[in-house]
Design a protein around this ligand. Structure first.
Ligand code: 13P
Length: 283
């Protein structure tokens, strides 16, 4: 069933737990995330951004994801990840997405405010909620580049408060040393900065780039207002490793079904583990 509204997100923020935002852009990964949510019994977000639409086709991926969420017994939000495009946002909202992310973090501050305010208006008119980003995240959403976070582009707590107020967003993605994809050395978040942002911003916070993040850093983030945690690379790695392991047996008979099924099983296990860790929080 579709998870509507910000209730689950707000409840997670209050409990010091988080909802996973799993990036899924092929059939088996979508099925795996749905299966993991049905086993976990806690809310989960299925999400993909513009780059995934380029890969899978927007209509195909929208209907795959929305259909899977609607048919499931689990509470699944369907979320547009990283979008810079108001037309794309509108298309997702019209299709029935429960939330969207406008990413104006590459723009000068005033332009980010204007773009985000317009996206928020469209989301709210459609009955959906909206996430925005302030500060710039290192790394790439689709591959692990081993990038390191740049101190200069971290989210400023005072500006975050002003931005949230000016735009009316329901959740704010922060840059506090987090990096998209796996990194060469373990990431250390600026937890003091995160605590300051949490104090000054009245909406739940979102942590992108959770793959490979040391457990104590993740729990530290949950204690400081992070209620949505985005995961992509960990699912990709689980999928690829399982497919690689299955290939020697599958290749002689060209057994693609068993190969993709192995990937799906591995992603289900990885997503379930992450969901359970996030829903336990720091307790
Ligand atoms: P990871 O690939 O590090 O999990 O980041 C995913 C993400 O933040 C998607 O928006």
């Amino acid at each position: 069933m579709l998870l509507q509204g910000t209730g689950a997100l707000r409840a997670a923020a209050e409990a010091g737990t988080a909802i996973p935002g799993f990036v899924a852009y092929n059939l088996e990964t979508v099925q795996a995330v749905v299966a993991s949510a049905e086993t976990a019994g806690t809310p989960v977000l299925l999400q993909a951004g513009s780059s995934a639409f380029k890969h899978a086709g927007r209509d195909a991926l929208m209907s795959l994801t929305l259909g899977a969420a609607r048919r499931s017994t689990a509470a699944l939000g369907v979320h547009l990840d990283h979008s810079r495009d108001l037309a794309e946002i509108t298309a997702c909202l019209e299709a029935g997405y429960t939330s969207v992310m406008i990413d104006g973090s590459h723009l000068p501050y005033e332009e980010n405010v204007a773009l985000t305010r317009e996206a928020a208006r469209r989301a709210h008119d459609a009955g959906a909620w909206i996430e925005a980003e302030l500060g710039a995240l290192a790394g790439d959403e689709d591959v692990s580049t081993g990038a390191a976070a740049a101190a200069g582009s971290m989210t400023d707590p005072a500006q975050a408060a002003e931005f949230t107020e000016a735009t009316g967003v329901d959740a704010l993605a922060v840059a506090v040393g987090n990096v998209h994809g796996f990194t060469a050395t373990p990431v250390r978040l600026d937890l003091d900065r995160l605590a300051e942002i949490h104090k000054s911003v009245p909406v739940p916070l979102v942590l992108h780039g959770a793959s490979g993040l040391p457990e104590e850093q993740l729990l530290g983030a949950l204690e400081r207002g992070v209620a949505k945690v985005n995961v992509n690379a960990e699912l990709r790695r689980a999928y690829l490793r399982a497919v690689a392991d299955a290939l020697p047996t599958a290749l002689p008979g060209s057994d693609t079904v068993a190969t993709w099924a192995a990937g799906r099983e591995a992603v289900t296990a990885a997503a379930l583990d992450i969901t359970r860790r996030l829903s336990r929080g720091a307790r």
